[in-house]
Structure formats: C-alpha cells, structure tokens
Design a protein around this ligand. Structure first.
Ligand code: CO
Length: 196
C-alpha cells in the first residue's frame, strides 16, 4: 500500500521553497492568523480557494462543502461564519460557486444517489423557487443558471444569519460577495455584493 510518500516529499520541498523566499514566514504565521476574508466554496477538487485567488497560507479562512451550501441549521458552516466574523473579524465573506458543479447537476436530475440526496435538497428547493426562471432558460444553460442562483441564495442565507445580522447591527465592516468560477477558463465572475 502506498504511504503517499510523494506528497510528504512535495510538502518538504514546498516548505523549503517558502522559507527560502521568506525566512520568517512560518515563524510569523505560527503566532497568529489574521485573514480578512472568509471563503465559502464547493468541495470540488478543481476549485481550491487559495490557489485561484492567488493567496498564500494565512490570508483566507475557508469552508467548503458540496455545492457551497449555507444551510440555516448547518452548525458546521455557521460555526465557521461565527468564528470568522466574531474572532477573526474578517471584513469580507465570499460565497463562490462554480459552473459545472456536480452537486448542482445531481440536484437537477431525479436519480437517487443515497445520503447525499438529503444535502442536495437544499439545491432542489432553489430550483423549485425559481422553477419559472429555469423553465424559461434554454435547456443547455439551465445548470449554469442554477449554479448562479445557488450562489445568490446561499449569499442571502449568509446575510440572514444571526452572526452577520449582529455584526451589521454593531456597525462592523463586513461585505458579502457572490462569485462564480469557471473551470473552463479559471476565471471568476462577480454576481452580487451585499452590504448592510
Ligand atoms: Co461543485
């Protein structure tokens, strides 16, 4: 069985390279993290948060799940938002979806996949709310449109969360951004921005 030794080797090479460029890097980061950004994105392996926005370790707090869902009762996601806003005092929360999202595609068909169907119900709910919009969208564009609607809806859920409401009531600087990433060209498009 492989011990994934190539990854351990790549890691030591990476660490040596970072140290060579910035000898104090790890020492500095070990003392504290002060990211200004919370990223909520999809678990998809093709959408790695830090890499696609060109940020090194320490610059972005990250939460990822299938189809970048922000469910009102998901304690995991809400705890991340809570910690990011109240402890780290991030100034921006990005919900970044992506075209070609497998989670969104799976929510659009009637096939049964098992446990994940329950999670994908969050997306199915959105397609029900926007049934008319989707029906009026050419079939080949429907999945992309639902990916965008999903970002907008999840961003609304962030805005409606008790944590964000409280932060705005307290006059904290906090802006919410809805973005969508294209796997085909590596580019991000802005969809929406919400301020208090
Ligand atoms: Co996805």
């Amino acid at each position: 069985m492989s011990d994934l030794d190539h990854l351990i080797k790549q890691n030591s090479e990476w660490a040596a390279n970072v140290k060579q460029q910035d000898p104090d890097f790890f020492n500095r980061l070990s003392k504290q993290q002060k990211p200004k950004i919370l990223w909520i994105g999809c678990s998809d392996s093709r959408v790695p948060a830090n890499q696609i926005i060109g940020l090194p370790p320490g610059e972005v707090f990250v939460h990822r799940n299938i189809a970048n869902v922000v469910a009102h009762s998901d304690l995991n996601c809400l705890s991340v938002v809570h910690y990011a806003v109240e402890v780290l005092a991030v100034e921006h929360i990005i919900v970044c979806g992506h075209y070609g999202c497998g989670g969104v595609a799976a929510a659009m068909d009637d096939a049964q996949y098992g446990l994940i169907d329950n999670w994908l119900h969050h997306i199915k709910d959105i397609s029900r709310i926007y049934a008319e919009t989707l029906a009026n969208t050419p079939k080949e564009k429907r999945a992309d449109v639902l990916c965008e609607l999903n970002v907008r809806e999840q961003l609304k859920n962030v805005a409606e969360s008790s944590v964000v409401k409280k932060a705005w009531e307290q006059g904290k600087e906090l802006t919410l951004h809805g973005w969508i990433y294209s796997i085909k060209d590596g580019l991000i498009r802005k969809l929406e921005r919400i301020e208090k």
